[in-house]
Write a protein that binds this ligand. Structure first.
Ligand SMILES: Nc1ccn([C@@H]2O[C@H](COP(=O)(O)OP(=O)(O)OP(=O)(O)O)[C@@H](O)[C@H]2O)c(=O)n1
Ligand SMILES: C[C@](O)(CO)[C@H](O)COP(=O)(O)O
Length: 239
């Protein structure tokens, strides 16, 4: 399959979280990295990507205006629909989805600014081939299951463990149904693939990257400074 023949996809970028684990006064998605808000770095990667035709940015209701202003100020070329999100990530994604017209949709965390063009392509191409795809990387550490008393209860085989990232790519109709059924069943997932898995739809993994971090806690900002200074940052790799 020639990737340039793929249909143009929509992306929902979620940035309506409160960043409680980061603990900063300013929401983490708006902190500056090389003098630019993190969310703008993320938008730029999708703006440059030739297979992305629609961008919906979901943010806090009080942040909609400044996000719209940044889209103009930083010269994002594609049209970006900026809308308010919900109380949980899942609700924010759902609101975004309702604003996507394309048949295929990618969902991405606004606080993962280091995703590359190649990773976006790999995820999307895998989804079109197989129906649904996520980016992930094999875990490097040995992982233990631990009970509430702090006692180790199991050591899962590391070879089957992957740390999940975004983007995650789906048929828009599948993801809409997955969200509606999750809501009806009172199910809250930590990623969109979980909702798709509930429908029995197989989800394939495409290779993510260890630099595609989710900026979550203060030490992630130190990693982010290091990553941004690396030459290969910013989706400048090959499609
Ligand atoms: N109600 C929410 C919650 C989260 N997110 C977004 O989902 C992504 C991943 O969430 P996470 O890193 O957990 O962000 P927060 O919810 O902001 O962080 P915390 O859990 O520490 O409060 C972030 O881009 C965040 O802005 C969202 O759009 N709407
Ligand atoms: C989908 C996700 O990126 C998986 O790592 C996600 O946003 C998880 O959010 P969480 O709040 O860290 O569970």
């Amino acid at each position: 399959m020639n990737v340039m023949d793929l249909p143009r996809a929509g992306v929902v970028i979620v940035a309506a979280g409160r960043g409680t684990r980061m603990g900063t006064k300013e929401n983490k998605q708006f902190l500056l990295l090389r003098d630019k808000p993190i969310i703008v770095h993320t938008l730029e990667v999708f703006d440059r990507h030739p297979l992305i035709g629609e961008i919906v940015l979901v943010t806090g209701e009080h942040d909609v205006d400044r996000c719209r202003a940044w889209v103009a100020e930083y010269g994002i070329a594609k049209q970006v629909k900026v809308i308010p999100g919900g109380a949980e990530r899942q609700h924010s994604v759902y609101r975004g989805l309702l604003n996507i017209g394309a048949d295929w949709v990618l969902v991405h965390d606004g606080v993962r600014p280091f995703v590359t063009s190649g990773q976006i392509t790999a995820c999307y191409e895998t989804a079109v081939r197989h129906g649904a795809a996520i980016l992930a990387v094999p875990v490097k550490d040995t992982v233990k299951q631990v009970d509430e008393a702090g006692r180790v209860t199991a050591t899962p085989d590391r070879r089957s463990l992957w740390a999940v990232q975004t983007p995650q790519a789906f048929r828009r109709a599948d993801l809409l149904r997955a969200h509606e059924e999750a809501e009806a069943g009172g199910f809250l997932g930590t990623d969109d693939a979980m909702l798709i898995e509930r429908l029995g739809i197989p989800v394939m993994v495409a290779q993510g990257g260890y630099n595609n971090i989710k900026i979550t806690t203060p030490e992630d900002l130190d990693f982010a400074e290091i990553i941004i200074n690396k030459k290969d940052f910013g989706g400048e790799d090959k499609l």
